[in-house]
Design a protein around this ligand. Structure first.
Ligand SMILES: [Zn+2]
Length: 253
């Protein structure tokens, strides 16, 4: 490790529960982030700045002017560029030797089947119900941890799924895949930029905790809901749905 890399991670090394082993685990981690929007930009920023070993970043979209308030890796000169290319360029200014693979295509099932098994952890930073369910399904099938978040208008939500644990709910246990919400184009809603950024940062924090296998005695699995207008958090304790169409089969294997 270079002196710069060592100093980069020195404040993590001082953290109780993180220690030198955690720093090594972060350096060895391969993180897959799906989505380079309002969640993906802050999540990728904090993980790359923290010194994760490898980031694979998937998004087929291009930057437009309506993104700039919350997708803070992009500036006016990036408009029209692929988000993951502009994002990689910005992150390499923060961490010039970071290993970042930018894939300029939408995540489909075959791409996820290829990428998820190679990953230490997956961050779902997308905004589509169908894609969220697909990411959860592939993560459960390959037993790869998943941190999923969403943000719209004044509200955000956050949930971590560890399919390696038999007691954990998956995304489909909580959000039934057969009951898709009515979806409108993402651009039809307003969204509070700083609230989306906060949710993306929390995804990075959850990912780091998973990567270092932070021990939290009897910590329940939670769905965290944030109402930015009221300044209130609500946390719902989760339990596995024994009839879940996604993780029921894998629980038996
Ligand atoms: Zn499930």
């Amino acid at each position: 490790m270079s002196d710069l890399d060592h100093l980069r991670q020195s404040r993590h090394e001082l953290l109780d529960g993180f220690d030198a082993q955690g720093v090594d685990a972060v350096r060895a981690a391969h993180v897959l982030i799906i989505g380079a929007g309002g969640l993906g930009c802050p999540a990728a920023t904090y993980l790359v700045a923290a010194g994760i070993g490898h980031l694979t970043w998937v998004d087929g979209d291009t930057v437009d002017a309506t993104n700039l308030a919350r997708q803070v890796l992009f500036g006016p000169n990036d408009i029209g560029q692929k988000k993951v290319i502009a994002g990689r360029n910005a992150l390499q200014r923060l961490h010039p030797t970071a290993a970042i693979t930018a894939l300029t295509e939408a995540a489909d099932e075959s791409l996820l089947q290829q990428l998820v098994p190679q990953s230490s952890i997956v961050l779902d930073c997308t905004d589509q119900w169908v894609t969220r369910q697909m990411i959860n399904r592939v993560c459960v099938a390959h037993k790869v941890p998943l941190v999923t978040a969403a943000a719209i208008e004044w509200s955000g939500q956050l949930m971590t799924v560890d399919p390696r644990r038999s007691d954990q709910a998956c995304y489909a246990c909580v959000f039934d895949p057969s009951h898709a919400p009515e979806e409108h184009a993402c651009g039809a809603y307003g969204v509070l930029s700083a609230m989306v950024g906060a949710m993306g940062c929390l995804q990075a924090a959850e990912a780091l905790k998973q990567i270092i296998a932070l021990k939290q005695a009897n910590a329940p699995q939670l769905l965290s809901l944030f109402d930015a207008r009221a300044g209130q958090w609500q946390q719902l304790r989760l339990s596995r749905n024994p009839d879940c169409p996604v993780c029921r089969a894998s629980a038996r294997s």
